[in-house]
Design a protein around this ligand. Sequence first.
Ligand SMILES: NC(=O)c1ccc[n+]([C@@H]2O[C@H](COP(=O)([O-])OP(=O)(O)OC[C@H]3O[C@@H](n4cnc5c(N)ncnc54)[C@H](O)[C@@H]3O)[C@@H](O)[C@H]2O)c1
Length: 426
Amino acid sequence: MSEIAIVGTGYVGLTAGACFAHLGHQVICYDIDQEKIDKLSIGEIPIVEKGLETLVKEGLEENKLSFTSVPHEAVSECKVVFLCVPTPQRADGTTDISMLDSAVSLIAQFLPTNSVLVNKSTVPVGSAQKVIEKINRSDIAVVSNPEFLREGTAVDDFLKPERIIIGSENLDAAQVVAELYEKIEAPLLITDPISAETIKYTANAFLVTKLSFINSIAAVCEGVGADIADVIKGIGYDSRIGKKYMSPGPGWGGSCFPKDTKSLMHMAGQAGYDFRFLDTAVAVNEEQFDRVVKKICNAVGGDLNGKTVAVWGLTFKAGTDDLRDSPSLAVIKRLQAKGAVVKAHDPTVREHKEGIPKNVMISMEPLQACEDADAVVLLTDWEEYETIDPNKVIERLANLNLIDTRNVFNPKEWVDKGFNYQGIGR
Ligand SMILES: NC(=O)c1ccc[n+]([C@@H]2O[C@H](COP(=O)([O-])OP(=O)(O)OC[C@H]3O[C@@H](n4cnc5c(N)ncnc54)[C@H](O)[C@@H]3O)[C@@H](O)[C@H]2O)c1
């Protein structure tokens, strides 16, 4: 008999399942994707996430963790069921909760009496109440427990979170969920479900605002000749500001930020508030992709048509294989629209994958992507790019242009070798 069932074994569900098992709970993970379940059952991890494979194997070996594609097998004996299914964005910016609805429909009849159903997916404010109505069972309590893990450090973030947020109108149910985390040392906030749901959106909206802000300051730095690294250091000493999450880059993206920002803007609108501030954060971000493309265009002589651009990094950040809404792909689309030929490398991409624009040539090595290219652009800060020897890049490129959108290289080293080096705000 399992204590916890996880519905949806993606980045969030699999991490939560493996970590709860590691904390000593009996966990069963359910997914509609049979192939995924087959792989996971033998300890094969379908995603790139540091430390996750070890925990899954540990859970399987210690019989603390199991996987199934049969809904009633997953939930019929569980005290607590976590919903970790996707909540993507619809074309109009609203959140598509159809997968959440369908997961709830699939499991509702099998939930044991007095069990607790937990929304861990990021869901629009008011969703806990909607789930209560959909379940239509007075013995089932619904709790909101938003997840704040970051891909690339998901296991660490889950086991050492900065906070745990639990929202429910039913305090006993909130307590049941809180107890599952008792071995974790972190501030725990028990609140109402609407506030819990709002906290998740607020956190992401604040983070994207910081990124758009610092990218704007980086643009100012370029204009006035200041160095963004020193500017961040200088403001960071101020404890009201801090220096975390202040790195300039090619623009923000990923599986959560764009959709959660749009969703909050939409919810704000429905609640009677025009969140213009976030409109600007989004617009600044779109401009940032354009600014990166402009830098590349200028570097190759003002016209990208027919030029070859080597791209280092396709995922939205290092440490994950997730390509959803990756800034790198946003830049590539713009390059192709201007007639450039794009050759790309990413340590997690071995072949053309869904989401990567057509006609992008996938290289197996970073240097292979540079062959006869007019410029090389670093878009994702994978560690392996940082140690690349400029001399080897010189041998491959047709023209020595390096656009470093994550400011990982030492500009002097590359300039001394004859490169036209362009960073962000430096
Ligand atoms: N990825 C992140 O970094 C992150 C962080 C915090 C919160 N979230 C939120 O967590 C939720 C899940 O995100 P994710 O990135 O883990 O998604 P994901 O796409 O990686 O995984 C979701 C899984 O759910 C499965 N699934 C879909 N419908 C199902 C159903 N009816 N029953 C059972 N399984 C089903 C899919 O097959 C998939 O394996 C989203 O709401 C997301 O916004 C994500």
